[in-house]
Design a protein around this ligand. Structure first.
Ligand code: PLP
Length: 355
């Protein structure tokens, strides 16, 4: 089995798993306690949560706070629904459904188009009264890196808050400045089931879940195990950021050679190189996937695949529905080897040639 779906999720780093184990205690053991309990074991669980918060915060800008959530989807919902005001929400045309569908649910919203490279234009005028601008840092389908700093400045100039969905960038690239930043542990070799929202000091959000307000504006008992895993993964990502990026670059160059006959979707330069979204005219992707069952890859984003609808991201960069349906996404990262890329390319190319 060759795993090439790193945008959907990443393997749990052994270091993150190790950090989680003490907090999965059963009867007679410590480590199962509620981190919001005032007794000694509760306080030690709380200390683990706060240590993890510091580890996650070390990858985020100064001047804000980290609120743990159950996922990045929850963090995005908290940010978008919690921002005060009545004005419309602007978002790039290639946002994840967590942003697009939430914007639609909120009512007044509009899209900021991208060019054929999959890049937004920060000079695009914003509608008067826009209260929030959401532009992701790295796209999950085509990997393009947005000019986030300039979009943030434009939003600020128009009096709007700026939300960065940094899920695919966090731990891989320095995180872009924003007012609100959403991240997820399972995309950086941490556990599934935990994300976070970074909130710039002075930004007020209304809670979206009522209850104990354990995280100040977010209710729900935190899992010390998930927090510890997230924290350890974030620390490891910080220590290995340059080495991970260099490794991914090696894989990217080898993959580009091996898939020389295919078109790359989205900018090849302004891109996280662990994402290779490829297209080949006439390709029957469903058949390809069934012929290459040993390779785990995607026909689009994991969220969109299965719906049968052509990807909104590929359509936004100007591809026809047919071209979008001729596309595959290969995602690789820290634990992928050059040999795996070579083996997968041989299988995929042979199956595509045989069609
Ligand atoms: N935003 C982007 C860009 C993503 O890729 C994903 C996951 O695929 C999400 C948000 C949602 O993250 P989570 O799975 O933590 O809800």
């Amino acid at each position: 089995m060759i795993y090439l779906d790193y945008q959907a999720t990443t393997p749990l780093a052994p270091e993150a798993r190790e950090a989680m184990l003490p907090w999965l205690g059963g009867p007679g053991e410590a480590g199962f306690c509620n981190p919001h309990s005032p007794h000694r074991l509760g306080r030690s669980a709380k200390a683990a949560v706060e240590h993890a918060r510091d580890q996650v915060a070390a990858l985020l800008p100064d001047g804000g706070r980290v609120i743990f959530t159950g996922s990045a989807c929850e963090a995005i919902n908290l940010a978008m629904r919690g921002v005060p005001g009545e004005g419309p929400v602007a978002h790039s045309a290639i946002e994840h459904p967590a942003v697009r569908d939430t914007a639609r649910a909120l009512g007044a919203c509009y899209e900021l188009p991208v060019n054929a490279e999959g890049l937004t234009d920060p000079a695009m005028p914003l509608a008067p009264g826009t209260r929030l601008v959401a532009v992701m840092q790295v796209n999950n389908e085509i990997g393009t890196i947005q000019p986030s700093a300039r979009s943030h400045a434009a939003a600020r100039g128009a009096g709007a808050l700026f939300l960065s969905d940094a899920v695919q960038a966090f731990g891989k690239l320095p995180v872009a400045e924003a007012d609100l930043i959403a991240v997820s542990a399972h995309k950086l070799y941490g556990p599934k089931g935990i994300g976070a929202l970074w909130v710039r000091d002075g930004v007020q959000l209304a809670p979206q879940i009522t209850g104990g307000l354990q995280e100040g504006i977010r209710s729900g008992t935190l899992s010390p195990a998930l927090c510890a895993g997230f924290g350890a993964a974030a620390q490891l990502a910080r220590e290995r950021m340059a080495a991970d990026a260099a490794h991914v670059q090696t894989l990217w160059h080898r993959a580009r050679e091996l898939f020389a006959g295919w078109q790359v979707n989205g900018s090849a330069s302004e891109r996280w190189q662990g994402n290779l979204n490829l297209r080949r005219d006439g390709l029957d992707v469903a058949r390809l996937m069934s012929d290459c069952r040993q390779v785990m890859f995607s026909a689009g984003s994991a969220c969109a695949s299965g719906s049968g609808a052509p990807s909104h991201v590929l359509r936004a960069i100007g591809l026809s529905d047919r071209q979008a349906k001729n596309s595959i996404r290969l995602g690789f990262g820290r634990y992928t080897t050059v040999e795996e890329i070579e083996e997968a390319a041989a299988m995929i190319n042979a199956a595509a040639d045989a069609q």
